[in-house]
Design a protein around this ligand. Structure first.
Ligand code: NDP
Length: 333
């Protein structure tokens, strides 16, 4: 069975050189463990932080060791009471075709409720991030203008639709015309900006938000965030979810600028981690799956086929190659 290991730490943009594909013996489960065959592996922007040897909210990976990833897989051998062979489970496993896991660290996925891959996307970590990040931190009110960056991504596409369901006016940014069309034509965004084709982001953002911005759900940081910042309304809220535009920078600014805007507006800026919502995970999933069943919430998955292509799929996140959740399909059930 194969694993992807961290071969070296990237400086700036990661490359294939930073990854190493190795073949190892298939592991055996001990008491209380199961052997899981990976069906889908997730690749996520936060993994860039784990490649780095620096203080972060997620522990750095060790060079020469297999990397971790969210996985949906099938139990192929069980030494635990909680799971039988054939069960579909999800959890934080490895960039690997097979991995053993403690049964306590896995969650059952019901294949009858929908595609099992959604447990890594809209009905998994990114969905919960969107749900609580928007509703608890962003706290949109009907009639508010909500802006979300990386709006066609896994988190952003759910944020925008939830904001709309809450009666807000929704504006998104994304990096291609195809993404912009998906947001406005299919997902009900009121406006969307292709930031890669826009010379003056501040102008474009002002035009898209004639009444200013009440909630900004920030997935990217950098110039997009600068453009939104100018438009923050009194008592507005900024939910800082991610800063992907800065993840590959070798010299990240150590402090924010233009904080006077916060004095002027009494706006609130709050970072959050989805892990803080461990206790409210089920509540978010229940509402999200109901929205999907009732056709109120759409989602897309960008599936790269083949375990050997996992690093490519990861690197594609930084080029905006994905529409919706980026996944790697590793095996059939
Ligand atoms: P996405 O599916 O949104 O994929 C990343 C997207 O980011 C790309 O598709 C690309 O879209 C955009 N992007 C890449 N580079 C840049 C850049 N330089 N400037 C602007 N946009 C860029 O990923 P997720 O939905 O999984 O994650 C979105 C954000 O949320 C990330 O920053 C992630 O770290 C964060 N996050 C935070 C969590 C938390 O607990 N706080 C939990 C989960 C995610 P485009 O074509 O638009 O450029």
């Amino acid at each position: 069975t194969r694993q992807w290991r961290l071969a070296s730490r990237p400086v700036g943009e990661p490359t294939m050189e930073n990854f190493e594909l190795v073949t190892v013996d298939r592991p055996e489960p001990d008491d209380g463990e199961v052997l899981v065959k990976t069906l889908y592996q997730s690749v996520d922007p936060y993994m860039r932080g784990r490649m780095r040897d620096a203080e972060s909210y997620a522990e750095p990976w060790d060079v020469g060791e297999p990397m971790q990833a969210g996985v949906v897989g099938e139990v192929v051998e069980s030494a635990a009471d909680a799971f039988d062979e054939g069960d579909v489970v999800t959890g934080n496993l490895l960039w690997a075709e097979h991995a053993v896991a403690d049964a306590d660290e896995l969650r059952a996925v019901d294949p009858d409720l929908g595609p099992v891959s959604t447990a890594l996307g809209v009905l998994g970590m990114p969905g919960v991030t969107a749900y609580w990040g928007l509703l608890d931190v962003g706290d949109p009110k009907p009639g508010d203008t909500v802006v979300v960056s990386a709006a066609a991504g896994a988190v952003g596409s759910v944020v925008g639709q939830l904001a709309r369901l809450n009666g807000a006016r929704v504006v998104g940014t994304a990096g291609s015309d195809e993404k912009v069309a998906w947001l406005t034509d299919d997902l009900g965004f009121d406006a969307a900006i292709n930031y890669k084709e826009t010379d003056d982001l501040a102008d474009a953002m002002a035009e898209a938000c004639p009444d200013g911005v009440d909630v900004y759900f920030d997935n990217v940081g950098g110039p997009i965030t600068d453009a939104v910042w100018q438009l923050l309304n009194e008592r507005s809220r900024v939910a800082v979810c991610g800063q992907i535009a800065l993840y590959n920078e070798t010299e990240v600014p150590t402090g924010p600028r233009k904080l006077a805007k916060l004095i002027e507006t009494r706006a609130k800026v709050e970072g959050f981690l989805v892990g803080d919502y461990q206790d409210r995970w089920g509540e978010a999933l229940k509402r999200l799956s109901r929205f999907i069943r009732e056709d109120e919430l759409q989602y897309r998955e960008n599936v790269v086929e083949g375990f050997e292509n996992a690093p490519d799929a990861f690197l594609g996140l930084f080029e905006g190659e994905n529409i919706g959740k980026q996944l790697v399909k590793v095996a059939e059930r």
